[in-house]
Design a protein around this ligand. Structure first.
Ligand SMILES: [Zn+2]
Length: 240
């Protein structure tokens, strides 16, 4: 599981699950419990350790089938229903037999359009949990990577804003200074290290260590030690 994930929360119609679950599959299984009232209206939220949350797309675990297979079927059903409604004295009561959102006093073409959007929703069967969990994990990995990337950028802005109002980054080695406005590409490629030292640090107990390097200086200094896409590389293999 992605290390940034804290927990999962199930939201059901009657909010029966105030306690979080450790994994997505546990959350999904909770929603599949036959005691859950209208599971197809439920939702699953992923909480991240940085306090942000990601709503899992319901389409991952809710299967929707159109109520009507085509326009003709919808039209036939509506005509029949509308006849019942028009001949009935207590129209509002009979309305309950159909989709109450489909107002029978509106033009039939509009009713048909709306009826075609109606779906019968059902929570996936447990046999699909493994597949659903896999899709969800992929989705979360992508979302989290975006969030972490954005957060990294924001943090760099923030660190610099404290000592430089324009949010500039200065390379510690070549002293090149860039702002996001002057060269956003170079700015985004700056590599900033911020590390809180512990008690056993060789630098200083509980010290805060920071370093900003432009991408070229980083390559010069760390190129031969760094990994690129997880693979060791040498500085000479990287093009400028
Ligand atoms: Zn530099």
């Amino acid at each position: 599981m992605n290390k940034h994930i804290l927990a999962f929360r199930v939201i059901d119609f009657r909010d029966r699950f105030p306690k979080p679950f450790d994994t997505f599959t546990q959350a999904l299984e909770a929603l599949q419990n036959p005691k859950v009232y209208m599971p197809e209206c439920g939702g699953i939220i992923c909480y991240l350790k940085n306090r942000q949350e990601i709503i899992i797309p319901r389409s991952f675990f809710i299967e929707s089938t159109p109520r009507f297979k085509d326009e003709q079927e919808a039209k036939n059903w509506l005509i029949e229903r509308n006849q019942v409604l028009e001949s009935s004295p207590g129209k509002s009561e009979v309305l309950a037999i159909g989709f109450d959102c489909l107002d029978f006093t509106r033009p039939l073409t509009e009713q048909v359009e709306e009826a075609l959007l109606q779906t019968d929703d059902e929570i996936v069967g447990e046999d699909k949990n493994e597949k659903v969990a896999k899709i969800t994990a992929q989705y979360l990995d992508e979302k989290i990577s975006d969030i972490i990337h954005e957060e990294g950028k924001r943090m760099r802005h923030y660190t610099k804003e404290t000592d430089d109002k324009v949010g500039a980054l200065t390379c510690a080695k070549c002293h090149k200074k860039v702002t996001h406005d002057s060269d956003c590409y170079e700015f985004d490629e700056f590599i900033s290290i911020s590390h809180h030292c512990g008690y056993t640090s060789i630098f200083e107990d509980k010290a805060k260590l920071t370093l900003d390097l432009c991408q070229r200086c980083f390559k010069e200094v760390c190129g031969e030690y760094m990994k690129l896409n997880g693979k060791p590389t040498t500085a000479t293999e990287i093009d400028d």
